[in-house]
Design a protein around this ligand. Structure first.
Ligand SMILES: *Cc1c(COP(=O)(O)O)cnc(C)c1O
Length: 236
């Protein structure tokens, strides 16, 4: 339903603009990453027709099928939990990998990049809330390991990513986003290099995230509607 997508997009863009105004930021600093996981490639083309260029996927299998059928100018971002044995595909397929959540994964990505003579743009995923169900470095771990992580010569660390706990009151997520921004500044001080990208904010909480400095908001449901996952076939 093209009309629906157009309406959703214009609502989101208005809210992004309002949050930027509230925080006295320039809306051009905020990228809308359209999270297309669980949606057919037609929806991506439709979104592309409305000017969106950045798309997010969280499963390598799904991405492998969709990306070759996508718009030519699309920029694909991996936003899921990446297993080390899929590092090779992730490096090949994606413009940026958001969820680098362990030192082991960084090592695997470095190795895949060497084999493919590529570099990878990455974001380090931080588990700010400390929830056991979430992946990522703890803030203390990242401070401790940032120097070694930055030494991987084929990984460009552009910044950080986090997921806030779901809550019916998005305002409650503010401290999580603020802590990620503080952690970014701390890492910049330690390393003396900029980490400009903050990937934070989803359908439920992106306005708060923008007020706290987000530069990439990852929005699925508010843009495309509910996801309908196809049933998984058992692998032979
Ligand atoms: C699915 C997903 C999103 C999008 O979530 P919505 O609530 O549908 O906007 C954002 N980030 C990550 C990491 C996701 O897995």
């Amino acid at each position: 339903m093209p009309m629906e997508l157009e309406t959703n997009l214009s609502n989101i863009q208005q809210k992004i603009a309002a949050a930027c105004e509230q925080a006295q930021r320039d809306p051009s600093e905020v990228t809308l990453l359209a999270v297309s996981k669980g949606h057919k490639i037609d929806r991506v083309h439709e979104a592309s027709d409305y000017g969106l260029t950045c798309f997010g996927e969280n499963k390598i299998q799904e991405a492998k099928l969709k990306i070759p059928q996508g718009p030519r100018n699309a920029e694909w971002h991996f936003i899921g939990h990446l297993q080390t044995n899929k590092a090779r595909d992730a490096v090949r397929l994606f413009h940026m990998i958001h969820g680098v959540d362990s030192f082991r994964l960084a090592e695997a990505l470095q190795e895949s990049c060497e084999k493919q003579a590529r570099t990878a743009r990455i974001l380090l995923e931080i588990n700010i809330s400390g929830e056991a169900s979430k992946h990522g470095f703890s803030p203390a771990e990242v401070i401790e390991q940032i120097e070694e992580l930055n030494d991987f010569d084929r990984l460009e660390i552009h910044g950080f990513m986090t997921m806030a706990p779901w809550t019916p009151e998005p305002e409650k997520t503010r401290p999580v986003f603020r802590q990620l921004n503080d952690l970014r500044k701390e890492c910049e001080d330690v390393m003396g290099v900029p980490f400009p990208v903050l990937s934070m904010g989803m359908s439920n909480d992106y306005e708060i995230a923008i007020e706290e400095g987000s530069t990439i908001v990852r929005i699925g449901t508010s843009l495309f509607g509910k996801r309908s996952y196809a049933k998984k076939k058992k692998s032979p």
